[in-house]
Ligand binder design. Structure first.
Ligand code: ATP
Length: 363
C-alpha cells in the first residue's frame, strides 16, 4: 500500500446470484485525488461505488478506508457521502434545511449548523435561494444544493454517480469546472462514476476504465489516451487506428507486424511480442498523417481513399478506407489539412512514424 492511499480494493468480487458484476478488483484510491471510474453501461461502475458507500457488500475480498477494513461498516457510519444522478434532495425541506440535514443528524447544534450551512450556500452561490423549495430550482441549482449538502460535513471522500447526466451540454461543461475547482480547493478525494470520456478526461487526475466487471487500465488521462493498454481501451476511446497481424523480426531494434494493410514498423520501446505471435498496433488519429504522394523516407505508408469528412469547431476528421476495406481516421486542425484535396473518393497516402505505434494487449 502506498503512503498516500486512502482506499484500497483488495481482491474484491461482487456477485448477484450467479452473475459476476465485479471480478477480482485490485486498485487504490489516493488521498486528495479526483478519480473517475469510466466504462460502458453495465460494466460494474455503480456497483463498485455502492460497495465503497456500504450500499452493497463485497462477495469476496476486502475494502479498506485509511487502512481499516470497512466491509462490515454500515453506510451511516462511513465518511463517504454520495451525490447521485437523481440527487435525492428532500422535497419537503427548503434549500438551507437540505444543506443542514446531515449536520443535524450528527447532533451539531443549531447555531453551528446555521453557520456552516451559510458558508456552503455562499461557496456554491445559492444563498439567494436558501428559503426556496427544491421544486423551485433549476437543474444546475439543484446540483449545487446536492454538493453543498454532501460537502458541509467535510468528508474525507465524496462519491459521485453520473451527477451531471441530466444537465444540458452547456451546463454540464460549467458544472465540470465547478466540480474540478471545488475538488482542488477542498482537497477532498472525489470518486466520480461516468460513461462520458469528456467528463472523465477533463476533470480526473486518474481514470479507471472498466469493461465487464474488470479493470482494463488505470492511469492519467494523458497516459491512457497516448498508450491504451488493451484493444478494448483503444476501441472504447475511439481515437486510435488499429492494425492486427503477425509479428516478424522479433528482435531488438524494432519490430514489424505483417498486416493486411502491409508490413508496419514499430519503435523499439514498449512491449515486445514474440516472433510469430499475433499483435495489434494502435496509432492515434492525431498522429496519423496524410499526403498526396508517399513520403520519401517514411515507413508505415498505407494507400487510402477518402470516404467521409467531419468538421467540428477547429478540428477536422477525415474518414478513409484501405484497399482491403479497413477504416482509418485522421484528425487534424483545419490548417494542417488546408493543402490537401479532400473530396470523397480522393486517393491519398496515410502514414505515421514508427515511434507513434504502440502494441496493445488483445485481452
Ligand atoms: P450504468 O452505466 O448503466 O449504470 P454500471 O457500469 O454502473 O452501468 P452496474 O450498475 O454496476 O453497472 O451493474 C453491473 C452489472 O450488475 C449489470 O449487468 C447489472 O444488471 C448487474 N446488477 C447491478 N445490480 C444488481 C442487482 N441488485 N441484482 C442483480 N444484478 C445487478
Amino acid at each position: 500500500m502506498q503512503r498516500d492511499t486512502l482506499v484500497s480494493f483488495e481482491g474484491v468480487v461482487k456477485r448477484f446470484g450467479s452473475f459476476v458484476a465485479v471480478q477480482k478488483m485490485d486498485f487504490e484510491i489516493r488521498k486528495g485525488e479526483f478519480l473517475a471510474i469510466m466504462g460502458s453501461s453495465g460494466c460494474g461502475k455503480t456497483t463498485t461505488l455502492r460497495m465503497l458507500a456500504g450500499l452493497e457488500a463485497p462477495s469476496e475480498g476486502v475494502i479498506r478506508l485509511s487502512g481499516k477494513p470497512i466491509n462490515d461498516l454500515p453506510t451511516w457510519s462511513r465518511d463517504t457521502p454520495m451525490v447521485w444522478q437523481s440527487l435525492a434532495l428532500f422535497p419537503f425541506l427548503n434549500v438551507r434545511e437540505n444543506v443542514e440535514f446531515a449536520l443535524k443528524m450528527r447532533g451539531i447544534g443549531k447555531a453551528e449548523r446555521r453557520r456552516r450551512a451559510e458558508q456552503w450556500l455562499d461557496r456554491m452561490q445559492i444563498t439567494e435561494f436558501a428559503d426556496r423549495n427544491i421544486a423551485q430550482l433549476s437543474g444546475g441549482q439543484r446540483q449545487r444544493v446536492a454538493l453543498a449538502r454532501s460537502l458541509v460535513v467535510e468528508p474525507e471522500i465524496l462519491l459521485l454517480d453520473e451527477p451531471l447526466s441530466a444537465l444540458d451540454a452547456a451546463l454540464k461543461v460549467r458544472m465540470q469546472s465547478v466540480l474540478k475547482t471545488l475538488q482542488r480547493e477542498t482537497g477532498i478525494t472525489f470518486v466520480y462514476v461516468t460513461h462520458s470520456q469528456s467528463e472523465a478526461f477533463s476533470m480526473a487526475d486518474r481514470v479507471v476504465i472498466m469493461s465487464r466487471g474488470v479493470i482494463e487500465q488505470i492511469g492519467t488521462p494523458q497516459e491512457i489516451y497516448r498508450s491504451p493498454r488493451t484493444r478494448f481501451v483503444a476501441d472504447f476511446l475511439g481515437s486510435s487506428n488499429l492494425f492486427s497481424g503477425k509479428v516478424r523480426n522479433g528482435t531488438a531494434g524494432g519490430l514489424e507486424i505483417e498486416t493486411p494493410a502491409g508490413a508496419l514498423k514499430l519503435g523499439g520501446d514498449g512491449a515486445m511480442p514474440a516472433h510469430g505471435t499475433t499483435a495489434t498496433v494502435t496509432v492515434l488519429d492525431t498522429k496519423t498523417h496524410l499526403s498526396v504522394t508517399p513520403p520519401l523516407r517514411s515507413v508505415n505508408v498505407v494507400p487510402v481513399r477518402v470516404v467521409g469528412e467531419e468538421f467540428v469547431g477547429a478540428t477536422a476528421t477525415v474518414y478513409l478506407e484501405t484497399p482491403q476495406g479497413q477504416e482509418i481516421r485522421v484528425q487534424k486542425g483545419h490548417d494542417e489539412l488546408a493543402d490537401l484535396p479532400l473530396g470523397i473518393g480522393q486517393d491519398l497516402f496515410a502514414w505515421w512514424e514508427p515511434k507513434d505505434g504502440h502494441i496493445v494487449a488483445e485481452a
